[in-house]
Ligand binder design. Structure first.
Ligand SMILES: Cc1cc2nc3c(=O)[nH]c(=O)nc-3n(C[C@H](O)[C@H](O)[C@H](O)COP(=O)(O)O)c2cc1C
Length: 176
């Protein structure tokens, strides 16, 4: 739902991949493109994968990770769009299978019914990405209209640093 100030609302779903340490880059880029941002993180991602206090300051909202109590108001408005970055092997497979055991995956499972655009930037090693279940998950999610960024393993080329994750790819794919 568009916020009272006229800005569309973007959910950024953060999974427990090492590259999540830089998720503030995505939030900054989204805010510069006039998105209001709310972050939903997996429980594992909340355990030291990124600076949660800094992200809450940056977005001006608490990070959501657990379900609210019945009777509590919904902390975020409904999304106009959703970005999953970084997306782990685990969350991609659970989402495709419809296993809604974390707020993050449950939120992703709902997006199909809501009909909002969803973009995923996976961060999955080549070894894990070779698993047939992962390949099946990609086919299924693409068939649901989910847009994927190029594969990113996070593994440096021999003698080089880890390649840039390219956070803005998510916004480019969203707005294409
Ligand atoms: C330091 C560290 C880095 C990790 N990086 C990745 C990663 O890049 N991609 C991935 O799929 N899993 C990665 N994992 C494994 C996930 O954290 C693990 O599968 C976890 O259960 C994922 O939970 P989530 O999908 O609910 O966030 C990493 C684990 C650790 C400890």
């Amino acid at each position: 739902m568009t916020e009272p100030d006229g800005k569309p609302f973007l959910y950024v779903v953060v999974c427990a991949a090492g590259i999540a340490v830089d998720v503030s880059k995505l939030i900054t880029a989204a805010q510069e493109r006039a998105w209001e941002v709310g972050v939903i993180a997996t429980p594992v991602a909340m355990g030291g994968f990124f600076d949660t206090a800094a992200v809450e300051t940056q977005t001006g909202r608490p990070i959501r990770s657990a379900w609210r109590s019945p009777g509590d108001p919904r902390p975020f408005p409904p999304p106009d769009a959703v970005v999953v970055a970084p997306a782990t092997f685990n969350t991609v497979n659970k989402w495709a299978a419809g296993l809604a055991d974390t707020l993050a995956v449950a939120t992703l499972c709902e997006t199909y019914g809501l009909g909002v655009p969803v973009v995923v930037l996976p961060c999955v090693s080549d070894a894990l990405a070779a698993h047939p279940a992962y390949q099946d998950s990609l086919v299924r999610l693409r068939g649901m209209g989910v847009r994927f960024g190029e594969p990113y393993s996070g593994e440096p080329e021999p003698g080089r640093e880890r390649p840039e994750f390219g956070w803005e790819r998510a916004l480019d794919l969203l707005e294409r």
